[in-house]
Design a protein around this ligand. Sequence first.
Ligand code: MG
Length: 401
Amino acid sequence: MSLDLSLRRIPARPPMAGLPKGPASQDAITGSRVMHVTLPLDKPISDAKVLTGRQTPLAAHELLFVEIVSEAGHRGLGFSYTLRAGGSALYGIGCELAPILQGQDPNDIGRLWERLAWQSISLGRGGAAYQAICAFDVALWDMKARRADLPLAKLLGAHRDSCRIYNSSGQFLQASVADMKTAAETSMQKGIGGIKMKVGQPDGQEDLKRIDALRTHLPDAIALMIDANQQWDRAYALQFGRIVDDIGLAFIEEPLDAWDFEGHADLARALATPVATGEMLTSPQEHFRLIGLGGCDISQADAPRIGGITPFLKVMAMAEASQVQLAPHMVMELHLHLAAAFPTEPWVEHFEFYDPLFNEHNEIRDGRMHVSDRPGLGLSLSGRALDLIVASQKFGDFHDA
Ligand SMILES: [Mg+2]
């Protein structure tokens, strides 16, 4: 039987990728530079994943930097990172994506983010593709805020000019209790208001001893958090959580496998201590599912891991609507601005790792990190960062500042 099409009609579909270049078009990207930076750590550090034999100690950070320039003379700097594996992959994907942005209006961040995501969709909706896209997305937001001559937090709509900050870097599992106390002292002298320590060792009694030693050492006003880095099972996490449930921890982080959303939800319901997780998730969709299932009291979304600022704002909106708090994972240089734009008081995680990479540093005092008055992220690459470039490629008409 032949199909009679004479009376059948279907409407034409609107263009899915939008129609740029209307009268509202403001500017055009004329050039970009993609850089792979390897930042070695002074001393390798270990969390519970190392002690359970699942990972090697962390010895370096791999960063993808992207700088963009526009016809109107604006500039943007963005970055992303990975740990242990994937530095070269992010750089390779970055070099493949950069030409897509040539000639595009840098203000159309939503459209450009989608464009980059579809270009790399063979890699999946998340993972390395989104981590590479982050560097472009952050550069676009940085350019937009600089164009407006506003700090990024102000462009987004800030709720505050500073955020509570806690330090994590001195409290890894290779550190002795004496080392931990010394590191905590240094943090407090810098004006940091909380300390997060690693737990999740094979011997839980050792974890309890270290918690006891640090909690009794710290002044009451200094918040304490613990991070098990996904190394407990559901029953063990509940046992451990009940033992420490009345000592006033600010949160228990990643007690379970990062993708065990139901297990995290059960634990969050069972414990008085807030459960924090989400740093490992690699897309906003995973965060929507985690939050939708009640899997965290505190979202630890990591903008570089989920594709940058554009998807992070969607996660923030869902967290707000679900009465979930915010404590973004690492990368304080970026997350300070995003956390400042979250309605309820967040925590920002302080690591010194990236201090050598930038010429500028945000002021810390009275337990808080302050957004500066510099436009955009307020960051420029240091001479040390340029020395650490292991690969770099320019696209279009890129020129140094
Ligand atoms: Mg963690």
